[in-house]
Design a protein around this ligand. Structure first.
Ligand SMILES: *[C@@H]1O[C@H](CO)[C@@H](O)[C@H](O)[C@H]1NC(C)=O
Ligand SMILES: *[C@@H]1O[C@H](CO)[C@@H](O)[C@H](O)[C@H]1NC(C)=O
Ligand SMILES: *[C@@H]1O[C@H](CO)[C@@H](O)[C@H](O)[C@H]1NC(C)=O
Length: 226
């Protein structure tokens, strides 16, 4: 009887372990790359940041001042970003949240980009923005659907995690928006720059075929983004 009970229990536990989703996933990455050190004696450099001794934490670890003013303009592009990620506010470590401020001059664009680790919720404080994100069309891998809106102060819009999106100032004065992210380090992949300004460059055979352009056109694009 007790042997029977032991077998049933063992089978039940095994089935639970094999099926439980908790055993089926790796953690989400917290940075772009995390190269393993092949040395068990190497100093700790965990996924994220190592923790300060809690006794040494101070209120300033949880504080950031300065979202009342714009960040520095990205030269020539008419947009400025100021981020409050874990590097800017150490108290955010492990909390899965961060914020940033975007300032856009009229007719200027926050170019097509994605945040590989976060959904972004934006709130417009000033100005008028045309925003949108692209969703692959499940009916056709080679197409996408655009979800776009014109936003005014007080309007909120969400860019789902990983999807390509843009923000464009369609008004006549500066626009200001705050974006909040469900990651301490959301990542920022600007699509055109990633593709045409990589180091080393992607072969022009690949880019020409990938974008159905000729190599002269590819060279022009690489020059624009370099
Ligand atoms: C990692 O370390 C082990 C033990 O020192 C060694 O056998 C192995 O070749 C190393 N692997 C790499 C990729 O360096
Ligand atoms: C912005 O906030 C900082 C710190 O809180 C303050 O020193 C500064 O005067 C403020 N700037 C403006 C333009 O309000
Ligand atoms: C590349 O394409 C452009 C635009 O169609 C055309 O004007 C140009 O002559 C082409 N260059 C080459 C080398 O094929």
């Amino acid at each position: 009887m007790s042997m029977w009970w032991f077998i049933v229990t063992t089978l039940a536990i095994s089935a639970f372990i094999c099926k439980s989703p908790a055993y089926a996933y790796d953690n989400n990455p917290l940075q772009d790359i995390c190269v393993a050190v092949n040395d068990s004696h190497a100093s700790v450099f965990v996924n994220g940041k190592i923790c300060k001794d809690p006794k040494l934490a101070t209120p300033n670890d949880f504080y950031f001042a300065g979202l009342n003013v714009s960040g520095n303009e990205v030269s020539g592009l008419g947009f400025a970003l100021k981020t409050v990620y874990v590097n800017d506010m150490p108290g955010l470590n492990t909390l899965g949240i961060s914020i940033g401020r975007l300032d856009l001059e009229p007719q200027r664009l926050a170019p097509l980009h994605t945040h590989p680790r976060a959904t972004e919720l934006i709130t417009v404080l000033e100005g008028t923005l045309c925003v949108g994100f692209l969703v692959p069309d499940p009916a056709n891998f080679f197409k996408s659907r655009l979800f776009s809106k014109i936003l005014n102060p007080g309007d909120v819009f969400v860019f789902p995690i990983g999807l390509i999106h843009f923000l464009y100032n369609v008004g006549h004065k500066k626009a200001v928006a705050f974006g909040t992210f469900n990651s301490q380090n959301p990542g920022f992949v600007i699509i055109p720059n990633s593709i045409f300004a990589s180091n080393p460059p992607i072969s022009d055979d690949i880019l020409a075929q990938g974008f159905q352009l000729n190599k002269t056109q590819i060279a022009e694009l690489q020059k624009k983004f370099s």
